[in-house]
Design a protein. Sequence first.
Length: 361
Amino acid sequence: MIQAPEHIRSINPYVPGKPIEELERELGITGSTKLASNENPVGSSPLAMKALRKGIFGLNRYPDGSCFYLRSALSERLNVNGSDLIFGNGSNEIIELAVRTFLSPGDEVIMAQPSFVVYSMVVQAANGKSVVVPLREWRHDLDAMALRITDKTKIIFTANPNNPTATINTKEEMDSFMKKVPEDVLVIVDEAYYEYVRSADYADSMEYFRQGRNILLLRTFSKIYGLAGLRIGYGIARAEIITEMNKVRQPFNVNTLAQMAAAAALNDHAHVERSKRINERGMKYLYRELKALKIHFVPSEANFIYVPLKDDAALQIYNDLLKEGVIVRPMGPRAIRITVGLPGENKRLIEALRKVPGNLG
Ligand SMILES: Cc1ncc(COP(=O)(O)O)c(C=O)c1O
């Protein structure tokens, strides 16, 4: 039988949040709540849905491989050239494209831990080496990351806000970090949740792009725009970087409906504002209730909350909550991650947590 090489065989497959339908099938229940994948509980942008209804009529044709309309709309919105943008089947695809484009076997990629697990998976698939640097007080330790740069370093991943901890790095920290990164290293700043950030200290990574630095910013329509099921995200980088990545990209990687929906969603300011408001209210409620339950959590700058645990109880808590019809995400043995839901969903989570035996604090 054909065998995959060792660096592929040793990859731990990605475990997605449990789909609602799967839980309900397994337990024979209905009306359960998924707070496991940092999706927008408000739903998709209504303007995007309107565009989708029109879009279903052209599906006998291949998509526009250049994403012309979306590219024009976004370049105007961000005040960048169209050639500085790349679109992907989710920002996940752009993570993979960047690694496939710039990494040779044996090269090193620096990333934080815990951070978005896809980074290390794609590095391993490319036979590269992940250099992992533990978070400090749940945030990227950018000083420690800079110290790990060697001649073999090609890429540094940062997620700002980070997933799973929902913490940010400040402008001051990023400024000082960027000064330490050599010219031949690509810094990827994954900003999947940037629309949710409230802190005034949040780093504006577009500044580094405008300075002409080797930076690739990643954003997505999966989170605040509520289009996770369509799979569309984008990257912003100097055209020289994008040109190389385009050589590796499949010609029709972003489907027609995703392009149309994303272009419409960009103009749906009302939906974005409403989503932010509902997230902030939900966050306030959850902070209050978690405190009342004496459950320790990490303050969040995104649409989810990280709950570190004293002992290896994550799987038990996850399973206990499943029985109450609430899906959260275990993050290793000692943490769970909870997405902020709609008011009724948040209330249901708190009620379920009250029933979970043992101490989460
Ligand atoms: C930090 C981070 N980056 C990227 C992604 C992937 O998003 P997309 O749906 O655009 O592939 C996620 C999704 O959870 C994420 O948390």
